[in-house]
Design a protein. Structure first.
Length: 95
């Protein structure tokens, strides 16, 4: 047990690895900001296209409707989860 504590919780190794971990964390934050901005623009474009009136916009509206209906939202629809998975607690967040 002492060997595990010495290897995994060494202050010296933590101090040596911290700059690399911090640099990786900053890269993750930058990627998150860029991704959020792109998602915001893309979602706004889809919403505007979906609301366009007229016959000329029908193909674009159809694509926007298919796109938004094809991709699932946050949580799975319990009606689409097989009964055996529901019984096993697949939708229980604390399971």
């Amino acid at each position: 047990m002492h060997e595990v504590l010495r290897i995994f919780f060494s202050p010296h190794d933590f101090r040596d690895a911290f700059p690399n971990i911090w640099a990786g964390f900053q890269v993750n934050l930058k990627l998150m900001v860029v991704a959020e901005a792109l998602v915001l623009v893309f979602a706004l474009a889809i919403a505007v296209i979906r609301g366009l009136p007229g016959r000329g916009a029908r193909p674009l509206r159809a694509l926007a409707i298919v796109y938004t209906d094809f991709f699932p939202r946050d949580a799975p629809d319990p009606r689409r989860v097989p009964r055996r998975l529901r019984a096993a607690g697949a939708l229980d967040p604390l399971h």
